[in-house]
Every structure is written in structure tokens, then in C-alpha cells.
Write a protein that binds this ligand. Structure first.
Ligand code: FES
Ligand SMILES: [Fe+2]
Length: 341
């Protein structure tokens, strides 16, 4: 239960980071992978380990069709199959066609690449890859590595209680006072949404949109928070993805998309603000992790902590459904939550 879900799609970085035949080494759930894009345009993800002596294939050249191991020159196709062992004599009967590197499924969506690290036969239907419902005029991506477990990091995506104390910057939360909040939560596939409502927030970020925007926040397994803001034809989306790198390191990726070309001008200002915001999470998460390392228990308390409890319920259901080979059934119900933040 403390491990990240084994069968789910995790963000492994922006899709445009693989342009020009580049290979990238990525960590995902304790696994080292090499990802790339072939001449045919298809993305691939392979275990970053040559079967011969364990060399990282990401350190070798890639010609758009085969990856060459820099240790003894073995070549592998983007499907993981061995294509050539150049040191083999013509008179050697050894057959390399059965040698394979483990491939992993990879997809592109919302400008990012998503990998499912599960090995073996698929278990259940993994949560869908996040999509973007409009054509963005621009986007801004900030990635930040957090030295904390995946669960602790994901909880920060659904935890309303920390916002007033951790994200107390003028531009995000000008008022210092805690106010009563009443929000309706509804289950959706593999998660829950905070139902769309006319926001009453005084945040200058929302005011940029003009009018009274509608905000909808969705959380879904394995660690995805999708905030969609709409004012008439104008769209802004703030997506946050948590990716388990190893047992105590988690990547937080934040992507802001907007439909209005005029907002492109704000990009140089928005980037440091987004870094500041994520850095606030990074600092408290790393310090809290040290406390959890000494004693791993948490007291989840009051309605403001219910979304955190729901995360664990959703995750347990996904694990149990996967083990039993049955369909995931969302265990949550629609309800109103009250807290102060
Ligand atoms: S380690 Fe890869 S070819 Fe020898
Ligand atoms: Fe936060």
C-alpha cells in the first residue's frame, strides 16, 4: 500500500524533450529507463540496461532505428529486440535474436510523455492519461524534484489545509485570514472532482481572466491534479503530475496552458512565480518526510483531510481490483466538505 500503483501512467517529461533523435534516461518507480523517438515518429521506452553487462543504453548512440550499446556494440531495435552482435564470428552459431531489452508502453498526451512501468500482463484498466480539452496558445512547464515519498507528495495535491500556511505569497493568497470553505466533491473515474463553481477567490491570478471564471479541480490516480479554469471562451488549465522516481524521490511537474495569445507576454514573469510556488511545497514535503522517516504514521483529521483519506481509498481499490482481475469501482460518494483555509 505504501508503494506507488504499479500499473498506471506516469509523466516522464515533456514530449518535445526528445526532438532531434535524442535519448533520455529517466527514473520511474525504481526502474531506470531510456526513452526516445524513432525516425518513424513513434516514441519508445526501454529498460536502460544492456542485457550483456548491464551498460546504460542511454549512453550510446541512436540512429533513429537502433540503439547501440557503447560497451561492446550490441544493437537493439526500439522494440527492445537485439538486432546485431558485431563481435560475433560468422562461424559462431550463437543466435542473438532471442535477446531482448524490456520495453514499456509509452504515450503522448497534453504535450507530455506517459509511461506505464507495469511488467507482465495488464492488471485492470489503468487510469487514463490526462488530456487537454482546448488548443493552447502557450504553455509553461516547471519540474521540481522532491526528496519525499510519492504518497506524501500526492497528498499535497489534494490537501486544502496547507495552502494558507505554505502558499501564503501575495500574488496567490493576498488575504492572511482563514475563511470557511464549503465545496461539493463528486466521484469521477479513478478520482474525484471539486465541482465547478463560480470562484469567489480574490487571487490576482484568477482576476487576469476577467469576469467570474468557473473553476473545476479534478484529482485522479495515480497522482494527477487537473485544474481547469474557464471564462467564456477563454481557457486556462493548470495540471500537476506526481511521478515516483524512487522510493524517496518524487518529481512534481506543473504545466500551465492558456488559450489567449496575449498571455504569452506574461511567461517570463510566470515562470519564477511557479517555481516559487512549487518550491514552497518542496520545502515542507522534504521536512515532513524526515518526520515520517522517524515514525511513518499520520493523523488524518477533520473534513479537510477527507480528500487525503479518499486518495488512500482509491489507491487501495485500484490495487485490490488489479489483484482480483476485476473492474475498478470508485468507492467514493458525492458529498459536501467544510473546512477553513
Ligand atoms: S554491455 Fe552492452 S554490449 Fe556489452
Ligand atoms: Fe501545495
Amino acid at each position: 500500500m505504501r508503494q506507488p500503483l504499479p500499473s498506471a501512467w506516469y509523466c516522464v517529461g515533456p514530449a518535445d524533450s526528445l526532438s532531434g533523435g535524442r535519448l533520455r534516461a529517466v527514473a520511474l518507480n525504481g526502474e531506470q529507463m531510456v526513452i526516445g523517438r524513432g525516425k518513424d515518429g513513434a516514441f519508445f521506452a526501454l529498460r536502460d540496461r544492456c542485457p550483456h553487462r548491464g551498460m546504460a543504453l542511454s549512453k550510446g548512440p541512436f540512429d533513429g532505428q537502433t540503439l547501440m550499446c557503447p560497451f561492446h556494440g550490441w544493437r537493439f531495435g526500439t522494440d527492445g529486440g537485439c538486432r546485431d552482435v558485431p563481435t560475433l564470428s560468422e562461424h559462431d552459431a550463437a543466435d542473438f535474436s532471442r535477446i531482448r531489452v524490456q520495453p514499456f508502453p509509452i504515450r503522448e498526451s497534453a504535450g507530455f510523455l506517459w509511461v506505464n512501468p507495469h511488467l507482465g500482463a495488464p492488471v485492470g484498466e489503468p487510469p487514463a492519461v490526462p488530456e487537454l480539452g482546448f488548443k493552447p496558445a502557450g504553455s509553461l512547464v516547471v519540474e521540481l524534484e522532491v526528496e519525499a515519498s510519492f504518497d506524501l507528495t500526492v497528498l499535497s495535491l489534494v490537501d486544502p489545509g496547507h495552502v494558507a500556511f505554505v502558499h501564503d505569497t501575495w500574488w496567490f493568497r493576498p488575504s492572511k485570514q482563514l475563511r470557511e470553505k464549503v465545496k461539493i466533491f463528486e466521484p469521477v473515474m479513478h478520482g474525484f472532482t471539486m465541482a465547478s463553481h463560480a470562484t469567489t477567490t480574490s487571487s490576482p491570478v484568477y482576476r487576469l481572466l476577467g469576469g467570474v471564471p468557473e473553476v473545476e479541480i479534478e484529482f485522479r490516480l495515480p497522482g494527477v491534479r487537473l485544474e481547469r479554469i474557464r471564462a467564456g471562451e477563454k481557457h486556462v488549465a493548470n495540471y500537476t503530475f506526481a511521478t515516483p522516481l524512487s522510493s524517496n524521490r518524487t518529481m512534481l511537474t506543473n504545466a500551465l496552458y492558456w488559450s489567449m495569445p496575449a498571455l504569452n507576454l506574461l511567461k517570463p514573469v510566470a515562470r519564477p512565480l511557479m517555481r516559487q510556488f512549487l518550491g514552497q511545497d518542496q520545502r515542507v514535503l522534504q521536512d515532513a518526510q524526515k518526520g515520517l522517516d522517524r515514525k511513518p504514521t499520520m493523523v488524518l483529521f477533520g473534513q479537510g483531510d477527507l480528500p487525503s483519506q479518499w486518495y488512500f481509498r482509491l489507491k487501495r481499490e485500484a490495487l485490490e481490483a488489479g489483484l482480483a482481475g476485476r473492474t475498478f469501482v470508485n468507492p467514493l460518494e458525492r458529498r459536501e466538505l467544510r473546512w477553513r483555509s
